[in-house]
Design a binder for this molecule. Structure first.
Ligand SMILES: [Mn+2]
Length: 338
């Protein structure tokens, strides 16, 4: 954040505000961690703050301090609408376009509040009075820590805030493995541990929550994996029938796509997951090195994200989607193999 933005924030927060803090739809560890981390900070600073989520958070995040107080726009609709319409200030975290909040979109469009964006995705929209956008950041949680630090309040980080922010840094960096992890990321994580983040407990709470059926679904996904050495690519398909067979629950396929990248020499990994209810194929893309899956997803599969992690979708059948993917790959052969 530049000095002008820091001063603008200081001015906005100089008197008690009614604040709504919004994560993106289908919030992940970074979205919930950053909104709750900021929520604790703003409440402690004397503001009337509420986290309003477009929909429910996954079960493996429910332990996070403050998670019970999140308003779910789908379930607590009137309370959530009130919080949005009454807000004087709205923070949008871990997304940068109103298209990412589902049914809440219109209520953000109509809100009279001033917006502040804190986010690390590409191509931010222009809706905020302060846009703190930095694609080099590991996570929005890391940015919320810097945000608090810019305001001169790093000594006011509580154990609750530290646990929330550490969680999002850990999940968005794949436990400090991704390229977005910098020395600064580690320094921030270290400060958060000093402030009370229980790093080992967080790791347990997030990653050691498998059900037998999820592991069986993972077995199915790995068996379905197709390895294309000539394109340094591996992809997985999961049909709705397979999801049903293994009693799929929301969140069960989280992280499956990454297994492709653990193969020696594989730079591009994809998972195609059939969603019969929505009539689409949901797609996740991951890459290692310079191959931009953000560009790939934007160009061919109505999606986007980061250079090394992106999402997309297709209206074709599962088979047709995989076939279309295979027909596009040759175009990228040079980029993928070199
Ligand atoms: Mn994030």
């Amino acid at each position: 954040m530049n000095l002008e933005d820091i001063n603008k924030i200081k001015e906005l927060l100089s008197t008690p505000q009614k604040i709504a803090i919004i994560p993106h739809k289908n919030p992940d560890g970074d979205a919930i961690g950053s909104t709750l981390g900021l929520w604790h900070y703003l409440k402690n600073a004397g503001h009337d703050a509420t986290v309003v989520s477009p929909n429910d958070s996954p079960k493996f995040l429910k332990w996070m301090p403050g998670c019970d107080a999140i308003l779910n726009f789908e379930k607590e609709n009137s309370q959530a609408k009130n919080a949005l319409s009454e807000a004087t200030l709205i923070f949008t975290l871990d997304f940068n376009d109103f298209g990412r909040v589902g049914q809440m979109e219109q209520f953000l469009e109509d809100a009279t509040a001033q917006f502040v964006m804190i986010d690390h995705h590409q191509a931010p929209s222009d809706y905020a009075v302060v846009t703190y956008s930095d694609v080099t950041m590991s996570s929005t949680c890391e940015m919320v820590y810097h945000f608090i630090d810019y305001l001169g309040d790093s000594d006011k980080v509580t154990p609750e805030m530290a646990n929330c922010l550490y969680t999002g840094i850990m999940t968005d960096t794949g436990s400090f493995r991704f390229r977005s992890t910098t020395s600064k990321t580690h320094v921030v994580a270290g400060h958060l541990i000093d402030k009370g983040a229980k790093n080992s407990d967080i790791n347990n709470a997030i990653y050691n929550t498998n059900s037998p059926s999820r592991l069986h679904l993972l077995g199915c996904a790995l068996k379905n994996m197709v390895i294309l050495d000539e394109y340094s690519t591996a992809y997985i398909t999961l049909s709705q029938d397979e999801l049903d067979l293994y009693k799929y629950k929301k969140g069960d396929t989280e992280g499956f796509v990454n297994y492709g990248l653990t193969l020696e020499g594989i730079k591009f990994a994809v998972i195609f997951i059939e969603n019969r209810e929505e009539g689409i194929i949901k797609i996740s893309f991951r890459s290692q090195g310079n191959f931009s899956v953000n560009k790939f997803a934007r160009t061919y599969f109505e999606g986007g994200g980061h250079d090394n992690a992106a999402g997309g979708k297709s209206d074709l059948s599962l088979k047709e989607t995989a076939a279309r993917f295979l027909s596009i790959l040759p175009e990228f052969k040079n980029e993928l193999v070199n």
